[in-house]
Design a protein around this ligand. Structure first.
Ligand code: HEM
Length: 495
């Protein structure tokens, strides 16, 4: 009798859940195909990552091979939609109903400002517009930005030279240099790598990058975590680190206020203050908490992706000495040994450029971009996408399509060159910075940073594998970005 009652209860619960899901999705007609929740969860969280070490974007891709470029998974109270292929991604991310972000529920108690990266709707538009105004005002998309990056690259080269060809880990050095470019842009000053305040700030940023890419990020998608999440130690630590970054930003903003001249903004904080104080209406829409959240976003989004790409570059150079030599020969021939390469040399350095594209393709640092959320019922590829669905675009797999990139697992810069040795890349074959109104705000800035850091390092040093080091691994470690396993490298000074 008891067993019958339990079974009946289970069946009823199952039916109720099914009806709720259908109700939440607004019916069953014309939804994308689905692998089924249980099979998805088993494969995504257990079988593929634990037993076969497959990273999330490749697991998503394996489902696409069976279910097609658009599929949907019911994750209990959430619809997850995953999209593949250049045309589908372009269509979806240019759809104004797929521009929101899912709310960051577990850090709501700390992140009371809106920021750019995790906000939606009108609030996001305002923050993004201010950031884009800044990019324009400060020429972050023009050549004067190159001079600022070059100053930082000189410091980086000097730090690397201190190792005198002996093995060292490039992780902290690269992150210091890239973060300092953001410090310059946001706070108007760079910091010495040994400065205690800079160290504290960076410590908080790196730790949050690890936490959000790991436990804290995973908790975000757990049912009910908005209620209990904040009491768990990793979430508390993430919150404390954010507070440190925000307090620092707030104190710099207060200082800036004293000497602020709206006609001559010095940095991002000044541009923000100018926007805030220019009219009562704007003042009511943006505040100091939003500024802090946006600055936090710039550090998190800016530091990790760019420095990880440069580290992949160093790893590939160490692994392919003949390609490194070919780049050095090209740079020496075009630029010479008496000055460093600059952005105006780019068109004459096609092999170097092709190698950097190949590093972006295989390094594949943000393979799943950032999650979007449907703000209304809409469609992708002819399928109905219910309001509230979380949409992930597998942008990283575009670079692994063997029709466009034959032998995609191989590191072959020549794939981007024609027979005359000139660049051939088609615009939409790879979109590491995503596409549409929500795409990365800093593509041009990042490409400049990558070029300046990479070419200066290669111009000054030859990268070699340390004699006692384990075999080079290209396995990516999933987190906020897909980063290389920790490694050491020798930077042998060139004559
Ligand atoms: C190699 C370097 C970089 C790569 C590959 C990269 C890639 C991306 C991607 C894929 C997104 C998600 C776009 C989407 O939601 O569709 C994104 C968003 C973003 N990135 Fe980057 N990024 C890089 C560097 C930077 C830098 C240097 C900054 C700032 C200093 C930055 C700031 C941002 C911001 C603020 C967003 C959120 C935009 C929004 O939500 O409207 N990124 N980035």
């Amino acid at each position: 009798m008891e067993l019958t009652t339990t079974l009946l209860g289970a069946v009823l619960l199952f039916l109720l859940y099914g009806m709720l899901t259908i109700y939440r999705r607004g019916g069953t007609t014309n939804l994308p195909p689905s692998p089924g929740t249980l099979s998805f969860l088993l494969k995504f969280y257990i079988i593929q990552p634990i037993f076969f070490k497959v990273p999330p974007h490749k697991i998503f891709y394996s489902f696409a091979q069976k279910y097609g470029p658009v599929y949907i998974v019911d994750l209990f109270l959430m619809n997850l939609v995953v999209i593949h292929g250049a045309d589908t991604i372009q269509e979806a991310f240019h759809n104004r109903h797929i521009c929101d972000r899912p709310p960051v529920k577990i850090l709501k108690h700390v992140l009371d400002g809106s920021g750019i990266a995790f906000s939606s709707g009108e609030v996001w538009k305002i923050q993004r517009r201010i950031a884009m105004t800044f990019m324009k005002t400060f020429g972050l998309n023009k050549t004067e930005f190159e001079d600022r990056v070059s100053v930082e690259a000189d410091h980086l080269v000097a730090e690397v030279a201190k190792h005198e060809g002996q093995p060292f880990s490039p992780y902290v050095l690269m992150a210091n240099a890239v973060s300092n470019v953001i410090c310059q842009a946001v706070f108007g000053q760079r910091y010495d790598y040994a400065d205690p305040q800079f160290k504290r700030l960076l410590g908080a940023i790196y730790r949050n990058i690890q936490l959000i890419g790991g436990v804290t990020g995973a908790l975000q998608v757990m049912p009910g975590s908005q209620w209990y999440g904040r009491f768990l130690p990793p979430v508390r630590e993430t919150g404390e680190n954010f507070k440190l970054i925000y307090d620092f930003t707030r104190s710099v903003a207060e200082e800036h206020r004293k000497s602020f001249d709206p006609e001559h903004p010095r940095d991002f904080i000044d541009v923000y203050l100018r926007e805030t104080e220019s009219s009562a209406e704007k003042k009511s829409k943006v505040n100091l908490n939003d500024l802090c959240a946006t600055v936090g976003d710039l550090f998190m989004a800016g530091t990790e992706a760019t420095s990880t790409t440069v580290r992949w570059g160093m790893l590939y150079m160490m692994a392919y000495p003949e390609i490194q030599q070919r780049i050095q020969d090209e740079i020496d021939r075009v630029v010479g040994r008496d000055r460093f390469p600059n952005m105006s040399d780019r068109s004459q350095l096609p092999y170097t450029e092709a190698t950097m594209l190949e590093i972006l393709r295989l390094g594949n640092v943000v393979p799943l971009g950032a999650p979007h959320q449907a703000s209304a019922d809409t469609t992708i590829g002819g399928y109905r996408i219910p309001k509230g669905s979380i949409v992930f675009a597998n942008i990283g797999m575009l670079g692994f399509d063997d029709k466009t990139f034959p032998e995609p697992e191989k590191f072959k810069p020549e794939r981007f060159l024609d027979e005359a040795g000139q660049l051939t890349q088609q615009k939409n074959d790879m979109i590491p910075f995503s596409t549409g109104p929500r795409m990365c705000i800093a593509e041009t800035m990042s490409r400049t940073e990558l070029f300046v850091f990479f070419t200066r390092l290669i111009h000054r040093f030859t990268f070699r594998k340390p004699a006692q080091a384990p075999p080079i691994s290209f396995q990516g470690v999933p987190g906020i970005t897909l980063s290389p396993l920790p490694f050491e490298i020798c930077a042998v000074p060139r004559k």
